[in-house]
Design a protein around this ligand. Structure first.
Ligand code: GDP
Length: 294
């Protein structure tokens, strides 16, 4: 689903999530493992505040494992409970359950000491569009196929999905806006399919992607498109090579740059060339802590 975000939408989204937060013990913040930082909502810490949080690095099947591991450690250091999963294929969902338990342990211990009866952990999923929220909800729902009825005191439409005996999940995720003030982040969001094509210049996205490949995986880039990198690695020249190889020509044998642009973006989005993480930890780690201080 693609949403054009206006200030009114953002305020409404924030209000809704804040309301839903009151009903849960833990938040599942879903991010795309290929851009674990760039796919976060810019106000997420403020919105979620003190609630225990499991950060879910989803789409791990399409990301570069060594980078995903570094970001997982980063989130752990930040005091969250990170897990890496692949919602599409329903992999590593058990780890999510373990993390939810770890994140809520203190609260449930306190309840037990007070003599309260054991109960299921209540959770909700939040994240920007297209990180896989619905896919995850559907996968978790399929595990039991049971939807509980309306809970008294809860807004009419809110329903809980029972996931086994130990977890209850709100059936509607909190949808928050992505970061869009930063050009580079916009390109990364586009490269992973998180934002609508028309709000970014696709040629710039394709060039960004191509440069990423030149710097990070030149061997595979050459092999995949059967092209040859040169000293200068002029992007137009490389577009020409790809266009020729794939027969993407217009009348008069001119290269169809639009077709090459689409091809590059599609191949990167679908992880056809390789598994990449576009948020490179080593390059970003210093600014992580800078932004926090400001
Ligand atoms: P939402 O907007 O956050 O609810 O995102 P969706 O659940 O609609 O997912 C967006 C796209 O990502 C869909 O095409 C899903 O099939 C795909 N997707 C979701 N999770 C995964 C995953 O773990 N791995 C892969 N490869 N694709 C996924």
């Amino acid at each position: 689903m693609t949403i054009q975000w206006f200030p009114g939408h953002m305020a409404k989204a924030r209000r809704e999530v804040t309301e839903q937060l009151k009903m849960v013990d833990v938040v599942f913040e879903l991010v795309d493992a290929r851009i674990p930082l760039s796919s976060r909502n810019p106000m997420i810490d403020e919105i979620i505040n003190q609630k225990p949080r499991v950060v879910i690095l989803n789409k791990k099947d399409m990301s570069k494992q060594s980078e995903t591991d570094k970001w997982t450690q980063y989130f752990k250091n930040e005091g969250f409970f990170p897990v890496q999963i692949d919602s599409k294929h329903g992999k590593h969902l058990n780890e999510l359950m373990k993390a939810a338990k770890a994140a809520t342990k203190d609260k449930f211990d306190r309840e037990r000491r007070k003599g309260l009866r054991p109960r299921a952990i209540r959770a909700m999923i939040v994240g920007i569009p297209n990180v896989g929220k619905s896919t995850l909800i559907n996968k978790l729902a399929k595990k039991t196929m049971a939807k509980t009825g309306n809970t008294p005191g809860v807004t009419k439409k809110q329903q809980w999905i029972k996931v086994g005996k130990e977890l209850e999940l709100l059936d509607t995720p909190g949808i928050l806006w992505p970061r869009f003030e930063d050009q580079v982040i916009g390109k990364k969001l586009s490269l992973t399919g998180a934002i609508k094509d028309s709000i970014v210049h696709l040629d710039e996205v394709a060039i960004y992607g191509l440069n990423f490949l030149i710097e990070n995986d030149p061997e595979k880039l050459q092999k995949f498109y059967q092209i040859e990198l040169t000293e200068e690695n002029d992007v137009v020249e490389l577009f020409d090579q790809i266009g020729k190889r794939r027969g993407m020509l217009k009348r008069g044998n001119e290269i169809d740059y639009e077709a090459v642009t689409e091809l590059l973006i599609r191949d990167l989005r679908n992880a056809k060339i390789g598994n990449y993480c576009f948020d490179i930890y080593e390059e970003m780690k210093d600014s992580l802590y800078e932004t926090k201080d400001n």
